[in-house]
Write a protein that binds this ligand. Structure first.
Ligand code: FAD
Length: 486
């Protein structure tokens, strides 16, 4: 069994720590942020400082696939989570029977995990603390990699150096430093070749707010993404009595930068049917949080069939990060963690080159396609938003996009198609499998053509612009560049 060092105690670093320690490895997780999670959900939200995770207080939902994999891999997580007021819930059960078609067999599989990010992480950290063979050291920032003898010019990592100058040795170092992982710089410092990196600006900006109900009861809102002209509304219920909404626009959409103002944000939100009542029954926990400049980014540590480094692998967001509107990051990360655990069952750390090669292959096979499809969806959605800004319907020659748009539209109308669509959206099935479910393709053919381009109810762009125009607050500063249309 190996001595494994995981850098970063985010969702994936902690999950990796638990799974690898359970397999008998001797695991240490080093985390730069010093705070320990303490107290109940409200205290975690108010006081847990996590500057190492930019999105720590942004909306998160854990998809059905994450929930089912966690039930299989770390079931006791749910005792901790439910003790803090988190839940497992399907959006179907929140809908009126006339819309959902009533309960159906298989609906349980659509349950997602509903909790704010600090609560999710605290629940996982509580399991980690009790796991034999696992030590989590917070307040320990890794500043560099330590190498042993090179093989054929490829540096072999044998440990890390911390900000206090401490050297910590390991048979395997796992980069779980997240979206902003400084791995490139660290590799440069040890003279390694650079990994290949695909990067592209997503071009979205998220204007998010979180709330709690006045009466302390759970908010009666299903998680959902509603696309309208030039904008999307993401609805995410949280633990206990909390929930959040995010209005997602294109970063170059100057007219909508006024959404930074809570008053304008509230007025635009109210244009979406059913929101005004919930908003009136809530107290805001945050002002409008603005997040932009996000990239899709994938890193490959094996270039031209040769590892740039051995003794080290990158996991979760440190490997690849995707468009948050899809809510897939943690699910992709957990599948990646389990893949690493499985590779370590088959390949020993005493064969570091084979280990890195094998993990790269498994990564491409297991999570690579999920990255590709997320990139595809995000690019099309951005191009569609750009067309909406110009006032022209988005025309794409990509048949996959036409089908997925129709799939989403018919899902808003038909209970069976909705379930199939959610199975694909929650990564429980591939889109091909979901489309092959009984009756789905037929309904896309019969119902699809009669539906408007955006079937979900919501405001037209002209209505949004009218509200923003009235606010006299259109000249908010630039937030980022935008992705070009496809
Ligand atoms: C706005 C937004 C909303 C999102 N919403 C969702 C969602 O709804 N559902 C979903 O599944 N995903 C969502 N995601 C993605 C999700 O947050 C990430 O996929 C997930 O956090 C990745 O976990 P990780 O452990 O790989 O990295 P992180 O959670 O980023 O953790 C990295 C850790 O490494 C630590 N670290 C960094 N550098 C060092 C160092 N030098 N030494 C020691 N420690 C270090 C950091 O402090 C941090 O704790 C969202 C992302 C964003 C940006």
């Amino acid at each position: 069994m190996a001595a494994v060092l995981v850098i970063g105690a985010g969702l994936n670093g902690l999950a990796a720590g638990v799974l690898l320690a359970r397999d008998g490895h001797d695991v240490t997780v080093l985390e730069r942020d010093p705070d320990e999670p303490e107290g109940d959900a409200r205290q975690l939200w108010d006081h847990w400082e996590r500057p190492g995770v930019n999105q720590f207080r942004q909306l998160h939902v854990m998809l059905g696939r994450w929930r089912s994999r966690m039930e299989q891999e770390i079931p006791e997580f749910f005792d901790e989570l439910e003790g803090l007021g988190g839940r497992r819930r399907s959006p179907i059960e929140m809908l009126p029977a006339a819309v959902s078609g009533g309960p159906r067999q298989g609906d349980d599989e659509l349950r997602c995990v509903i909790a704010r990010r600090p609560v999710l992480e605290a629940a996982l950290a509580a399991v980690a603390v009790r796991t034999r063979g696992l030590v989590v050291r917070r307040g320990t920032r890794v500043t560099g990699l330590v190498t042993g003898p090179c093989t054929a010019g490829v540096p072999c990592v044998v440990g890390v150096e911390t900000a206090r100058g401490e050297l910590v040795g390991a048979d395997l170092v796992v980069d779980a430093m997240g979206r902003c992982s400084p791995l490139q710089r660290m590799l440069c410092a040890i003279g390694a070749r650079q990994p290949t990196e695909e990067r592209e600006e997503q071009g979205f900006v998220h204007y998010s707010r979180q709330f709690r109900t006045l009466d302390g009861r759970p908010a009666p809102l299903p998680n959902a993404v509603t696309h309208v002209e030039g904008m999307s509304l993401v609805t995410i219920p949280g633990d206990n009595d909390t929930w959040g909404w995010s209005l997602v626009t294109a970063a170059n959409d100057k007219d909508l930068r006024a959404l930074r103002s809570p008053a304008v944000w509230d007025q635009v939100l109210a244009l979406f049917p059913g929101t005004a009542e919930s908003r009136a029954a809530g107290i805001a926990l945050t002002d409008v949080q603005v997040l932009s400049g996000l990239e899709d980014r994938r890193r490959r540590l094996v270039v031209d069939d040769v590892p740039v480094v051995t003794g080290l692998v990158a996991l979760g967001d440190a490997w690849a990060c995707t468009n948050p509107t899809l809510g897939r990051g943690a699910t992709i990360g957990l599948l990646h963690v389990a893949a690493l655990r499985d590779v370590l069952r088959a390949v020993r750390t005493s064969d570091p080159e084979k280990l890195v090669q094998c993990f790269a292959e498994v990564t491409d096979e297991v999570v690579g396609p999920l990255y590709d499809i997320s990139l595809h969806d995000g690019r099309h959605r951005m191009a569609e938003m750009q067309a909406d800004i110009l006032g022209t319907p988005y025309a794409s020659s990509d048949p996959d996009w036409a089908v997925s748009r129709r799939f989403m539209n018919v899902a808003a109308e038909d209970p069976d198609v909705r379930r199939a669509f959610l199975r694909a959206a929650y990564l429980l099935d591939t889109p091909e499998h979901a489309l092959a479910m009984p009756g789905v393709r037929e309904k896309l053919e019969t119902l699809g053509p009669g539906l408007p381009r955006y079937a979900a109810e919501g405001p037209r762009r002209a209505e949004v612009l009218a509200v923003v125009g009235e606010s006299g607050d259109r000249e908010a500063p630039d937030v980022s560049g935008a992705a070009p249309p496809l």
